[in-house]
Write a protein that binds this ligand. Structure first.
Ligand code: ZN
Length: 299
């Protein structure tokens, strides 16, 4: 019996010689990129789901358990997760995933951040973007930077995987090249069209797509719109010929419907991240769906 067990163990051993790196991300979009680059060398879990508002995730203690043994924590940064990630990281008692730890990768550190405030920031107004706009991942140019940063970080933690990470990154970027050629063709006829997002979460995406924002449903990120603001937006939408109101599907669409009804703009409910709809299964599928929905709405 013992001999059989020993034999079985010996046969299985090579398969388990190297455990996959345990990667935990704060969002599903980051998880998708980590999986693209890491392949079978990583086991990726996301703390939040694409159907959730990433600013407000329940800091459930079970999430701290996932962080306890994490080999790498990947977060967005710019205070996107300020309301829920710091307590979880503290509870995890994993010193290496602290903000300056060797097993932490903050995606915002490798992208050109937009809307970085210049003067002092007044958080009393409930502004959710005190350090700059954290919603960059829907712009494929930013996603490339993040994937490249992830490849460097994974290589620093697992030098034996360097060739794998490089190859997978190159494959991903080649696929994005082909996607982007297709996406550019979708944007070409609608360049310059105007939209009003609910939350200030599409600035990078609109810049990439060549569309223009004409205001936001929220008077400030995180502040629900008062009726006076909606009335003002109806005027803006009519005057500027706004085609669509962009709303992540975790927000209530009522205020968007009000502006739409009085202005003729269309309300477009969008997946806020990978996993935000059943179709948005991968990074490419998510952006593909965004391109189809938004370009269709502004046509
Ligand atoms: Zn935000």
């Amino acid at each position: 019996m013992n001999r059989i067990l020993l034999l079985a163990t010996a046969l299985l051993a090579p398969l388990h010689a190297r455990a996959a790196l345990d990667v935990v991300t704060t969002t599903q979009g980051l998880a998708a990129l980590a999986q693209e680059v890491g392949g079978e060398r990583v086991k990726v879990q996301s703390l939040s789901r694409g159907i959730q508002d990433p600013h407000f995730v329940d800091a459930n203690p079970t999430l701290a358990v996932k962080l306890r043994n994490a080999d790498l924590l990947v977060d967005v940064g710019l205070d996107l997760e300020i309301g829920w990630l710091p307590p979880l990281v503290n509870q995890s008692r994993n010193p290496d995933i602290q903000p300056t730890g060797s097993r932490r990768f903050t995606a915002a550190s490798v992208v050109s951040v937009l809307e970085v405030p210049r003067g002092p920031v007044d958080r009393s107004m409930g502004d959710l973007h005190p350090a700059g706009n954290p919603h960059f991942l829907s712009d494929p140019r930013c996603a490339r930077k993040v994937a490249e940063g992830l490849a460097r970080k994974l290589t620093s933690l697992d030098a034996g995987g360097a060739a794998t990470y490089q190859k997978r990154l190159a494959d991903f970027e080649r696929r994005l090249d082909a996607d982007e050629a297709r996406w550019r063709a979708e944007w070409a006829p609608v360049r310059g069209r105007k939209v009003i997002p609910y939350h200030n979460s599409w600035i990078y995406f609109l810049d990439w797509a060549g569309l223009q924002g004409a205001g936001y449903l929220e008077p400030k990120p995180g502040v629900p719109p008062p009726p006076s603001h909606l009335a003002e937006l109806v005027g803006v939408a009519k005057a500027q010929g706004v085609k669509a109101i962009l709303v992540e599907n975790f927000y209530d669409r009522k205020s968007a419907d009000v502006v739409a009804r009085h202005s003729g703009a269309k309300v477009m409910m969008l997946p806020g991240d990978v996993g935000g709809t059943p179709q948005a299964k991968s990074y490419e599928a998510w952006v593909d769906q965004l391109v189809q929905l938004v370009s269709g709405a502004v046509r």
